[in-house]
Design a protein around this ligand. Structure first.
Ligand SMILES: *[C@@H]1O[C@H](CO)[C@@H](O)[C@H](O)[C@H]1NC(C)=O
Length: 611
């Protein structure tokens, strides 16, 4: 028997409380990352909401339909364990008892079929007027036959009979009797096969009691062909029954993480997901390994993979870091950089003590390749700075800062004095004999005509880990070579670098005929260092569970707004602003469920009169 599905007011309420997509107790559990307590809940079922009772146990959950349920319910969305059905009953003394129903051993490969108000492939109940009903079918019609041994298994024990007349009944139906009908005249009787679920039942611990409104006093059992027929009035001690379905608890698919790959063998309790950050990225918060626990959630918290640099470190510190030396990691190696934080931007310098074998992508430290800053230190200890850029003719080309290599450029003469920071200007691909070359220092162009096609175009700071000596090629001082010295301005105290950040060795080359120079050429310079500019932005704001997030940008001044889902209340700041130091103002909000929507409140809202 099929019932027409009716669209009801329920749909509206259901979507307004935001449960669509949560179709069963396991979904609810997953959405809460585990740890929900047993209780009445509302789940989404084929376009409408239904009331269920979720009884959460370690590793599995039992689900009971409210006897107020009407219309169409797709039971298959509610459970995944097709080998068992649970029958609770409540007695005259108000105590609750439980029994587990399964197929007979010989039918153990046949799934139980739990249906709402339907009995597809099965003979239906005699009291179908007492609809709707939850139907638990055991042996399907086509598998029953005359003289065959049939029955069911209750609490591990087979109860059998021989089918005497080929009658295919094989079910337990809990009748919700929405229209207050009476039973048919057919009474049936009490026998061991019919009432094993009562006789063998065990007492339910009180903390696992179902609310009384999940029981119905009406039911019908039928087996055979000579197995038996019985109904709710046959055992006066039984005040009501509730049929539960069982789901094994699994975890939701693990959340993907930006800049990380993930792998997991499965979603069952005990399975772990492992996150691996892309090269150059490290986990800055959360857990690299999360394990699915028996409560339906993943242990730990979502990891965050981040490339470490002055900006992201500032983001993680909510914009509160001061300029200074910070340790970062690349490819498993730790070393120091100096972050000079300004207002909205800043400069980063690599410590001269960085090991030469660090695979350091300098672009990962800076997002501004339009200029570099050269700081130098003089004998009197004072520091001076100048910015260097491409000449206007090449201003679409980046200034290429590289660590210990010179991709796209002709390399240095004093490579033995590495590791080095290489700042390349005009790349090999743009370098021609007769071309006008040079660089722009503090806004002023210094050019020469390439006399012999020699493609040198760089400023390299040599960290000289092995204390090697310069080659015999000395170079000379000229305006082009030393504009960064001649035009430099004093460094404000707030931007000055520790003395240890300078290297006394460097090499500059612009050729042919631009010039060549080394650290010994200007005796007043005791050290140089090249800095890359970075622009301060905020990191993308983290999501808030049970809230929507809106934000346009991560530039200082941008705003992120959170709105808690309906039925949730907030603490923290729902509006946060990206500050010029790279943090979001205020405190990340949290959204907490206002109330666990109780069944009765839901009934009231839905204005359903089930009886
Ligand atoms: C179904 O539940 C029973 C416990 O009654 C359990 O033994 C069985 O392993 C479960 N089936 C599946 C497929 O998980």
């Amino acid at each position: 028997m099929m019932t027409l599905c009716r669209a009801t007011l329920v749909v509206l309420i259901c979507s307004s409380i935001g449960v669509s997509g949560q179709e069963n107790c396991v979904d609810l559990l997953n959405a809460a990352n585990g740890g929900l307590s047993s209780g009445p809940y509302i789940v989404y079922n084929g376009g409408k909401c239904i009331n269920v009772y979720c009884q959460f146990n370690h590793g599995h959950v039992l689900t009971f339909l409210s006897p107020m349920t009407s219309g169409c319910v797709d039971m298959s969305r509610l459970y995944n364990n097709k080998t068992v059905a649970i029958v609770y009953h409540i007695r005259a003394d108000a105590k609750q008892h439980i029994a587990t129903l399964k197929q007979l051993g010989k039918f153990s490969n046949v799934p139980l079929s739990v249906q709402f108000n339907a009995n597809v492939e099965y003979q239906g109940p005699i009291n179908s007027a007492m609809a709707p009903y939850v139907f638990v079918g055991f042996i399907p019609k086509h598998m029953t036959k005359l003289h065959d041994i049939q029955g069911w298994n209750v609490n591990g024990k087979d109860f059998t009979f021989v089918n005497c007349d080929a009658n295919p009944n094989s079910y337990f139906a809990a009748l919700f009797n929405a229209y207050h009908k009476g039973y048919t005249n057919y009474v049936g009787y009490y026998n061991k096969l019919m009432f094993a679920w009562y006789d063998l039942s065990t007492a339910v611990p009180t903390h696992e009691y179902l609310p009384r409104n999940f029981f119905t006093p009406f039911f019908e059992i039928h087996h055979g062909g000579c197995g038996g027929f019985s109904r709710g009035t046959n055992v006066p001690d039984i005040q009501g029954v509730a049929v539960g379905v069982r789901s094994e608890i699994t975890c939701a698919n693990p959340i993907p993480v930006q800049h990380a790959s993930l792998s997991f063998p499965g979603l069952s309790p005990g399975n772990s997901v492992t996150y691996t950050c892309e090269p150059g990225y490290i986990i800055v918060s959360g857990d690299a390994v999360r394990t699915c626990h028996g409560l339906g959630g993943w242990t730990g918290t979502k990891p965050k993979c981040q490339v470490q640099n002055c900006v992201t470190m500032q983001n993680n510190a909510a914009g509160k870091l001061k300029s200074g030396l910070y340790q970062i990691n690349r490819g498993g190696m730790n070393f120091h950089i100096y972050c000079n934080y300004g207002n909205g931007d800043g400069y980063v310098y690599v410590s001269p003590s960085v090991p030469g074998d660090v695979d350091l992508n300098m672009a990962s430290l800076s997002d501004d390749s339009s200029l570099v800053k050269v700081i130098h230190r003089r004998h009197d200890g004072k520091q001076y700075e100048a910015t260097i850029q491409q000449i206007t003719a090449f201003n679409t080309l980046p200034v290429s800062v590289q660590f210990n290599k010179h991709d796209g450029y002709k390399g240095i003469l004093n490579a033995a004095m590495g590791p080095y920071v290489f700042t390349g200007f005009i790349p090999l691909s743009h370098n021609v004999k007769g071309g006008v070359q040079g660089w722009k220092v503090n806004g002023k162009e210094f050019t020469f005509t390439n006399c012999d096609g020699n493609p040198n175009s760089y400023f390299a700071v040599l960290f000289n880990a092995k204390k090697a000596a310069y080659t015999s090629y000395k170079g000379w001082r000229n305006n082009l070579m030393y504009a960064w010295y001649d035009l430099s301005t004093p460094v404000p105290v707030s931007d000055s670098l520790p003395a240890a950040m300078f290297s006394k060795d460097y090499e500059i080359h612009h050729g042919g005929c631009g010039g060549y120079s080394i650290g010994t050429t200007v005796s007043d310079v005791t050290g140089v260092m090249i800095g890359q500019r970075f622009i301060i932005t905020c990191s993308e704001p983290d999501d808030v569970r049970d809230a929507t997030k809106t934000f346009d940008d991560v530039k200082p001044g941008s705003i992120v707004t959170f709105i808690c889902n309906p039925g949730y209340t907030s603490s923290g700041d729902l509006v946060r602003t990206c500050t010029s130091t790279g943090g979001w103002s205020g405190v990340q909000p949290t959204c907490t469920r206002l109330i666990q929507m109780p069944l009765s409140a839901f009934e009231l809202l839905a204005n359903i009169t089930p009886y």
